[in-house]
Design a protein around this ligand. Structure first.
Ligand SMILES: [Zn+2]
Length: 487
């Protein structure tokens, strides 16, 4: 049974999709005018874990994530420039070039972090007819009015506006006013009202469209409603996004979608928390914004970054430091080394407690998935994985682990990695060819040298095995053990 925290209602609920076998999932994508930073990417790693868990549980998942290439204003309110238009002017490029360039970088970063690329990544600029259609439905139902710079949604007309926040209409309006985030728009009725269509200025030539409401471009919130409903239907299972989207973006998506259709929009709202750097919010002025490429350029691996991002529950904040990242790097090295050692276990000894050992592996693996099924409690799940690794290492160290047990341990690790996505499979060669004659003879000779106290010869052979045969030898209490080195 999978329990998932639902922001709508603010409690954990048993997850039950509308269709028995498939889950429809939408995630707010990037606005393509800058390189996403590691905080943005943590959100997508967490969504990827949710998706992988659903796949592991046997569901088919249809995953849609938009790319905003128009309509996202620089200000939270309804004034100011479109972010992409502003960046295009700054870089002296077209809006299309800017959006394509940064969307390309984003997809590269997703792939580096082993995030499964969504099934559909619709671009806002390619879905203008769907958006105009949605505006028409809202207009026909009397939810819209015209203000000086666009067509607005009247939030006072939607019963239950703000239900996602737990605040009422009045309270939300007051909170926006207090936050001083509202600049005056002539003709706008309430602080919470938002533009579904913005009128274009005379000088705006690119990414503007004719419409029955005048020449202009869509509002950002409208994009997500129109595109999610196009690809997933008017009602779907999961809508994900960063916690910063809850109060305005998702609240407005909900209002306009439900106002248009007359029924519930989404069953489960899932919100991911932030990443801070050295205890501070990432910002240009603090120069503490890192992209995935910045991290890789410093010699860290993308898998270690991914593992670091899993070190807190998705609903909790996480603080990035290079020290913590190095910790994840070592943790990952431990996982890789265990997989390599498991690859080369050759012993065929009959252990009388094999059944018991395999049973304990199963129970630790079960614990791993049980923690994940409890609202994706990742740190606890990783702790269960480490218990399993410790048990396997101890048995390896004592020289007892035989080939069949090693295979069972590796299979458990790989199944857990189907969620973690840390590429453990690349370090497991369970089907690697057996040792050649020469290597076998060297291992035998080394064992004999050690027994007779000839450590110089034993070290010589150790180096030879590593360099010539790609075999690493370790001395354990139970004698020498070996594994193949990667590459
Ligand atoms: Zn969205």
């Amino acid at each position: 049974m999978f329990k998932l925290y639902n922001s709508m209602g603010r409690k954990k609920r048993r997850f039950k999709p509308m269709d028995e076998n498939s889950v429809r999932m939408y995630a707010c994508g990037i606005t393509a005018y800058y390189s996403a930073h590691i905080g943005n990417m943590r959100t997508y790693v967490n969504q990827d874990i949710l998706k992988r868990l659903l796949l592991h549980d046997g569901y088919k998942v249809v995953h849609v994530q938009n790319i905003t290439d128009v309509g996202h204003l620089a200000s939270d309110a309804d004034t100011g420039d479109d972010k992409i238009r502003a960046e295009a002017e700054k870089e002296h490029r077209s809006m299309r070039e800017i959006a394509d360039f940064y969307a390309g970088i984003f997809i590269e970063d997703m792939k580096a972090l082993n995030i499964m690329v969504p099934d559909v990544m619709p671009k806002a600029s390619e879905h203008i007819p769907e958006m105009l259609n949605l505006i028409k439905r809202l207009s026909d139902k009397g939810f819209l009015y015209q203000a000086s710079n666009g067509i607005y949604f009247d939030t006072s007309k939607f019963r239950g506006y703000g239900k996602l926040t737990g605040m009422g209409f009045k309270q939300l309006n007051n909170s926006l006013k207090e936050g001083a985030r509202v600049e005056k728009v002539e003709g706008k009725r309430h602080a919470t009202d938002f533009a579904v269509w913005r009128f274009a200025g005379q000088d705006e030539k690119e990414m503007v469209w004719d419409s029955p409401w005048g020449r202009g471009f869509p509002g950002w919130h409208l994009e997500c409603s129109a595109m999610s409903m196009k690809y997933l239907g008017e009602q779907f299972d999961i809508h994900c996004g960063g916690i910063d989207h809850l109060q305005v973006h998702h609240t407005n998506e909900t209002a306009q979608s439900e106002a248009a259709t007359g029924h519930r929009f989404v069953d489960y709202w899932v919100h991911e928390n932030f990443l801070t750097v050295d205890g501070k919010k990432m910002s240009k002025s603090l120069k503490n914004i890192y992209t995935v490429k910045d991290i890789l350029a410093k010699g860290h691996s993308a898998s270690a970054l991914r593992l670091f991002m899993m070190s807190a529950n998705y609903r909790q904040g996480l603080n990035f430091t290079f020290e913590a990242l190095s910790g994840s790097e070592s943790e990952l090295a431990g996982m890789y080394s265990l997989m390599e050692r498991l690859s080369s276990v050759q012993g065929r000894a009959k252990n009388d407690d094999t059944a018991e050992f395999k049973k304990s592996l199963r129970s630790m693996k079960k614990e791993f998935f049980a923690r994940l099924n409890d609202d994706i409690s990742m740190p606890e799940a990783l702790a269960a994985m480490h218990s399993l690794m410790n048990a396997v290492s101890a048995r390896l160290g004592s020289g007892k682990l035989n080939r069949a047990e090693a295979k069972a341990a590796a299979r458990a690790m790989l199944e857990m990695d189907s969620i973690l996505g840390l590429q453990l499979g690349g370090h497991y060669r369970g089907d690697a060819p057996p040792l050649g004659k020469e290597a076998k003879a060297l291992l035998k000779e080394r064992e004999a040298a050690r027994k007779s106290g000839d450590f110089r010869r034993s070290d010589e052979i150790r180096d030879l095995l590593r360099e010539k045969h790609g075999i690493a030898v370790e001395d354990t209490k139970a004698g020498q053990s070996w594994h193949r080195t990667p590459g």
